[in-house]
Design a protein around this ligand. Structure first.
Ligand SMILES: *Cc1c(COP(=O)(O)O)cnc(C)c1O
Length: 300
């Protein structure tokens, strides 16, 4: 790994496992642990660091001076990238979907303060950008610029996710993770033991397309994973009173901060499935807290 990246990683905290303890789990005889990737770093938290780590290493080793990527006005990915760029001495450019909000969202304001160049692009141009999934296939890219597709969805991301899995030293039967692009889930499926059952909880509506996306990211078929498609709450960043109440209640009872966009939806789903006796008594489950707490500011 590049020395600058090693130095940055030294500023990170350990992602620990926290065991949950409550009446629902006790009644159904389920053991549930949270893998606390939210603790890794106050800004480059959770799966965004896992996914960016080897991408950043690649950019540094190629001698690139600028990182370019895309995302929305609350993007955890661009927020992490802007901070990492500043920490590593690299320029960053964020291609942002839609018009420049006035005032800037707290997320965009941070990105601006960390020196990211913000370029606002139309929704149709944004959709077009999704075609460029390779490392350097963006039209007009100049030498020294390094293109990272939406959400860091590229093969190098999977190596960082594998480290999350290898840190889990407890035996477990079920491993759960929220899904946006499914990149984190793909990395987990590749790295987890075959006897474990891996469950992804998409936060987007109509997320069935993820099945073929995932099959593409996995280079051989795996049969130990599935998606729970019914816990999107109306779509990306959509919530309802039941979800918000669940998130608040979970935080009060456990002291673990969560947000309603990703980890909140996954945990709601897990508890709903446990209450419906979907999981066999005696199972040991792990749920990955993918971080992203900065995005919560969009809900206040
Ligand atoms: C981006 C993000 C995800 C989704 O990750 P994918 O790899 O795109 O599926 C999950 N949780 C949080 C907090 C995120 O920021």
């Amino acid at each position: 790994m590049q020395p600058k990246l090693i130095a940055l990683e030294k500023t990170f905290n350990a992602s620990t496992l926290t065991k949950l303890d409550d009446a629902v789990l006790e009644r159904q005889h389920i053991e549930l642990w949270i893998k606390r990737d939210d603790l890794l770093h106050p800004v480059i938290s959770g799966n965004k660091w896992r996914k960016l780590k080897y991408i950043l290493d690649d950019a540094l080793s190629l001698g690139c001076d600028t990182l370019i990527s895309m995302g929305g006005a609350y993007s955890n990915h661009l927020h992490a990238l802007a901070y990492a760029g500043k920490a590593l001495g690299l320029h960053t450019t964020g291609l942002i979907r839609g018009e420049c909000p006035k005032p800037l969202t707290p997320t965009l304001q941070d990105m601006h303060n960390w020196g990211m160049q913000l370029e606002f692009i139309s929704r149709s141009d944004y959709r077009q950008l999704r075609c460029y999934q390779g490392r350097q296939d963006l039209p007009g890219i100049r030498p020294g610029q390094y293109w990272i597709p939406e959400g860091g969805a590229q093969p190098l991301a999977l190596a960082g996710i594998a480290e999350l899995v290898s840190e889990i030293t407890l035996p477990y039967d079920v491993l759960c993770v929220p899904c946006g692009t499914g990149t984190t889930l793909a990395g987990i499926i590749k790295a987890a033991p075959v006897h474990a059952s891996i469950i992804g909880y998409p936060v987007l509506k109509h997320a069935g397309f993820l099945i073929s996306d995932l099959e593409k990211m996995l280079d051989r078929p795996h049969s130990n994973w599935q998606l729970k498609l019914d816990y999107h709450f109306g779509g990306f960043a959509k919530t309802n009173a039941a979800l918000i109440a669940f998130v608040n209640d979970f935080e009060t009872k456990t002291g673990i901060p969560i947000e309603p966009v990703y980890t909140g939806k996954m945990l709601y789903a897990i508890y709903d499935l446990i209450a419906k006796q979907y999981f066999k008594p005696g199972l040991k489950m792990i749920a990955v807290h993918t971080g992203g707490l900065q995005g919560k500011r969009g809900f206040s």
